[in-house]
Every structure is written in structure tokens, then in C-alpha cells.
Design a protein around this ligand. Structure first.
Ligand SMILES: Cc1ncc(C[n+]2csc(CCOP(=O)(O)OP(=O)(O)O)c2C)c(N)n1
Length: 252
């Protein structure tokens, strides 16, 4: 009896991610959603610049590489070129989406582009060696904040989901985590819903995934998962920040 299988939408290759990095888990959840919704042949993924830059080597669907932070703009173009035929998602880290790409993110949300964004918040720039990200926590030690993030000098972390939920545009904004089995299951449901919304023509859906980076956090994989519970989730509470369809049902 088969009890565990690889989703068809993930290629059968090994990934380059560090031990304990949760990019692989989120890749799997995205691939499961694509399989379950039966959209493999018409899905286009936009890969970011960051640790997941080589996502195009892992997903079995068509992939396009965007310049750093520009994935929502590329996704907009691809989706508008074939709005009924294609399902388009971006997969982006916090440096990519919330720093250099913040403008693209905010305006795609404000326009309610009918795309799906998977946003990996690991509170650090992973690929480039662990510099402070817009989402690094106050006091967090990084390569560029060796005494801890000083909010007087560097400002406060950006809570992307809360901020985007203030816009009238987006359909669905939620924050999930992948640090334990229960949270992974919830994350999978949110990702599937974010794709379903696009198929239903509802508009912009963003799933923020609180993720780990044991290498650049300087922790063991187990400690990193604990740090998510103890430090990240209190600062970035999990939950649905906007769900327009659910809200309009409640109004009725
Ligand atoms: C225009 C541009 N500026 C800066 C860089 C350098 N750069 C590459 S990846 C990266 C940050 C990636 O961090 P994040 O998006 O958080 O993803 P992670 O690697 O943590 O998954 C930066 C600044 C670049 N490639 N292009």
C-alpha cells in the first residue's frame, strides 16, 4: 500500500535547500494544491530571486524567472495575456516581496490582480548570507545587525498581511506557519484556497508562510521550529486577515 507519494507537480529531483529549511515543505504544499485542483497543464509559476530562485527546477509546471521583487508584475502580464486559460502564482521570500518588491506587491493587491502569491517570511535574507530583512524581528541578530535589530536605526518590521488587508483590492490575505504538523495542514488548506480563488475569478490572494532558516538564524532545525513558536508567531500572529467572499456571505 502506498502511504506516501510525491505530488506529480514536483519533479523527482533533490532540492538544494539547507537541512531544516522549510522551503521544501511549502513547495510540496503548492504542488499538492496544483495536483488536487487538476491545473498542472495550465499553471505558470513565477520564481523569485532568493533561496528559491531555482524553484523552476522543482515544479513540473511552466516557470518564469523574474528579476528581484518583480514577480507580481511578471505574473500580472502573464495572467492578463490569458486570464481564463492560465493559473499564475508567484513564490517569493521576504527580501524579494517586502523590500525591493514592495511596490509591485502593494499595487498588484490594490488592483486585485487575479493571481496567487506564496510569500515566505523567514525573517532574513537567506540566499545572500543572512542580512537583516524588512521582517527581521526587533533585537534579531543578523549579519547586518550583529547587536540585534535596533528599531531606532533600522525601523520596525513590516507586517505584510495586516498592511495589505487594509486595502480594498485583495480577495484573500492569510498568514500560516509550517513549524508543526497542525500548522502545515492549515498552510496546505490556505494555499489550496488561494489557488481556488483564482480559478473562481475572485482576485488577489496572498498566503504568508512563517518559515525557518536554521542556517542563517544560527540554530539547529529543531530549535528553529521552536523559535517560530516563541518569537515569530507572537510578532506575526497566524490567521485570516481578509476574506472578501466570507465577509460578503456574513453581510447577507
Ligand atoms: C536587484 C537585485 N538586488 C539585490 C540582489 C541580491 N539578492 C539576491 S537574493 C536577495 C535576498 C533574498 O532574500 P529573501 O527574498 O528573503 O529570500 P530567501 O533567500 O530568504 O529565501 C538579495 C538581496 C539581487 N539579486 N538583485
Amino acid at each position: 500500500m502506498v502511504v506516501f507519494d510525491k505530488p506529480k507537480s514536483l519533479l523527482d529531483v533533490s532540492m538544494h535547500y539547507c537541512p531544516g529549511c522549510t522551503h521544501g515543505i511549502v513547495h510540496r504544499l503548492v504542488a499538492e494544491a496544483i495536483d488536487e485542483l487538476g491545473i498542472e497543464g495550465r499553471t505558470v509559476g513565477i520564481a523569485p530571486v532568493g533561496c528559491s530562485v531555482m524553484a523552476y527546477n522543482y515544479f513540473a509546471c511552466d516557470m518564469i524567472e523574474a528579476a528581484h521583487g518583480r514577480a507580481p508584475a511578471v505574473a500580472t502580464g502573464v495572467k492578463r495575456s490569458n486570464p481564463d486559460g492560465l493559473v499564475v502564482f508567484t513564490y517569493q521570500g521576504d527580501g524579494d516581496l517586502a523590500s525591493i518588491g514592495m511596490a509591485e506587491t502593494v499595487h498588484a493587491a490594490a488592483r486585485n490582480e487575479n493571481i496567487t502569491i506564496i510569500f515566505i517570511n523567514n525573517a532574513i535574507y537567506g540566499m545572500t548570507g543572512g542580512q537583516m530583512a524588512p521582517t527581521s524581528l526587533p533585537g534579531q541578530v543578523t549579519q547586518t545587525s550583529p547587536y540585534g535589530r535596533d528599531v531606532k536605526a533600522c525601523g520596525f518590521p513590516v507586517r505584510v498581511s495586516e498592511m495589505l488587508a487594509t486595502l480594498d483590492g485583495p480577495e484573500y490575505i492569510t498568514r500560516v506557519a509550517v513549524n508543526n504538523v497542525k500548522n502545515v495542514k492549515e498552510a496546505g488548506k490556505a494555499i489550496k484556497k488561494a489557488f481556488q480563488n483564482q480559478i473562481d475569478g475572485k482576485g488577489f490572494s496572498l498566503v504568508e508562510v512563517i518559515s525557518s532558516c536554521p542556517t542563517n538564524w544560527g540554530m539547529t532545525p529543531q530549535k528553529a521550529l521552536q523559535w517560530i513558536d516563541e518569537k515569530m508567531i507572537p510578532y506575526y500572529p497566524l490567521g485570516v486577515y481578509k476574506d472578501r467572499s466570507a465577509e460578503s456571505k456574513e453581510d447577507k
